[in-house]
Design a protein around this ligand. Structure first.
Ligand code: PGA
Length: 254
C-alpha cells in the first residue's frame, strides 16, 4: 500500500507561543511516526519560519494555510509563494472552506493561487466540498465536479508537480460533535474526483501527480476508517491536530 499523508491544519487555534511549544513537543514524539506515513504541519504565518527551523532536519514537512498569486507588489497583507518557499516550507493549503467563507475566496482566486504555488515548486493542498444546503438539494456531485474543473481547468502541469486535493464536505468540518462523512461516501467522492481529473488531464498524469485525501472531524478513533481505503491517500486534520500527543496517536492509528 502507498504511503499515507497526514496533514495538520492548526488554523488560528494556537497562539504564537503555543505553536512553538506544540512544535517542540511534537518534535520529541516524531520518532513514533512510521516510515510509511508522511506528516505535514500547517501553522499560522506568524510562526512559520520558526516551525520550519524546528523541523529542518527530518521527515516532518511544513505548510501554510494560504498564499497569494502575485510574487511582489502593492498587495497589503498578502504573502508571496516565493517567500513561503524561501523559509523552507513545501506545502500550501488553498481554498479551505473557512477562507472561502471569511476571506471571500472563489474558485477563480484559488485557480490563480494554484498556478503561482506550482510555479514556485510548492505542493498545493486544494480543499473542495459541498455545504449542507447543496448536499440536501442533491447537488453534491455537481459541486465536486465544478470545483475541480474551475480550480484546475486550463492549468498545464509539469512532470515534477505534485497536487493534493482534500475532499472536505463543509458540513463535516470542525463540528466537534462527531459529524463526519461516512467512509463509503468519501470513497465515492474520491472516485468522482479521480474521474474528473482523468477527463481534465489523463490517467497517467492523474495517477502520477495527484493525491486525494479526506478532511472533516477526523480523530484518532476514526482515522483508520479512511486511511484503510486504497482510494484515500491521507487525511487533513484540524481540531484533533492541536495537541501533540493526540496528533501522534492519530498518526499511529492511521
Ligand atoms: P476538523 O478540520 O478536523 O476540525 O474538522 C478539518 C479542516 O478544516 O481542515
Amino acid at each position: 500500500m502507498k504511503n499515507k499523508i497526514i496533514i495538520a491544519n492548526w488554523k488560528m487555534y494556537l497562539s504564537y507561543e503555543d505553536t512553538i511549544k506544540t512544535s517542540h513537543k511534537f518534535l520529541k514524539l516524531k520518532k513514533r511516526i512510521a516510515s510509511n506515513k508522511e506528516v505535514v504541519l500547517c501553522p499560522s504565518f506568524i510562526a512559520l519560519k520558526e516551525v520550519c527551523d524546528i523541523f529542518k532536519k527530518g521527515a516532518v514537512k511544513i505548510g501554510t494555510q494560504d498564499a497569494f498569486w502575485e510574487e511582489r507588489g502593492a498587495y497589503t497583507g498578502e504573502i508571496s509563494p516565493s517567500d513561503i518557499r524561501s523559509v523552507g516550507c513545501q506545502y500550501v493549503l488553498l481554498g479551505h472552506s473557512e477562507r472561502r467563507k471569511y476571506g471571500n475566496e472563489t474558485n477563480e482566486t484559488i485557480h490563480n493561487k494554484v498556478k503561482a504555488v506550482l510555479k514556485n515548486n510548492l505542493i498545493p493542498i486544494i480543499c473542495i466540498g459541498e455545504n449542507w444546503e447543496e448536499r440536501r438539494n442533491g447537488q453534491k456531485d455537481h459541486i465536486i465536479m465544478r470545483d475541480v474543473n474551475e480550480v484546475l481547468g486550463g492549468i498545464s502541469l509539469k512532470d515534477t508537480d505534485k497536487i493534493i486535493i482534500a475532499y472536505e464536505p463543509v458540513w463535516a468540518i470542525s463540528t466537534g460533535v462527531g459529524i463526519y462523512a461516512e467512509p463509503e461516501e468519501v470513497k465515492y467522492a474520491h472516485e468522482l474526483i479521480h474521474q474528473v481529473l482523468i477527463d481534465l488531464f489523463d490517467a497517467v498524469t492523474t495517477n502520477k501527480l495527484f493525491r486525494l485525501i479526506y478532511g472533516g472531524s477526523v480523530n484518532s478513533q476514526t482515522v483508520k476508517s479512511y486511511t484503510g481505503m486504497s482510494e484515500v491517500g491521507g487525511v487533513l486534520v484540524g481540531n484533533a491536530s492541536q495537541n501533540a500527543e493526540e496528533f501522534i496517536t492519530l498518526i499511529e492509528n492511521a
